[in-house]
Design a protein around this ligand. Structure first.
Ligand code: NI
Length: 139
């Protein structure tokens, strides 16, 4: 970690109260830690919006493993996108449902396309892509 800088900011009192309430709810012990996280979250958002380079995302899906050939279809999509699918974690939720967390890495458009393809597969009940980060642009 580099040098630390200090600065003060001015915000309306009402917003300040909402901020304190938010920090308490989220369990932040001080404003600095919260602002560091807020800034990093904005940088990740920008990384995904603007990036022509590499992004990292985590696709979480929930599906019914009784749907015919669904697991095979998902595995097939993963195999067709080697290099983009970094890893996946499988959890048997109950007798019917499985959860998979799939880590995707690559150009934004490709990551989004793979996530969309898996989510759109018949039998996938929930698909959510979390915009993570390569970490390179986070100080
Ligand atoms: Ni399972």
């Amino acid at each position: 970690m580099g040098k630390t800088i200090r600065f003060s900011i001015s915000i309306p009192e009402e917003l300040g109260e909402k901020l304190e309430e938010l920090l308490r709810r989220k369990g932040y012990r001080n404003r600095s830690e919260a602002f560091r996280d807020f800034i990093r979250a904005s940088l990740v958002e920008e990384e995904w919006r603007e990036s022509q380079g590499e992004v990292v995302g985590v696709l979480s899906i929930v599906y019914d493993h009784h749907v015919r050939a669904l697991s095979e279809k998902i595995t097939e999509i993963e195999h067709c996108n080697l290099g983009c699918v970094v890893s996946s974690l499988h959890v048997h939720l109950d007798e019917d449902h499985c959860l998979e967390a799939i880590v995707l890495r690559g150009p934004k458009d490709r990551v989004q396309k793979v996530a969309d393809e898996i989510t759109a597969t018949k039998g996938v009940k929930l698909g959510k892509l979390l915009a993570a980060s390569t970490g390179r642009n986070l100080a």
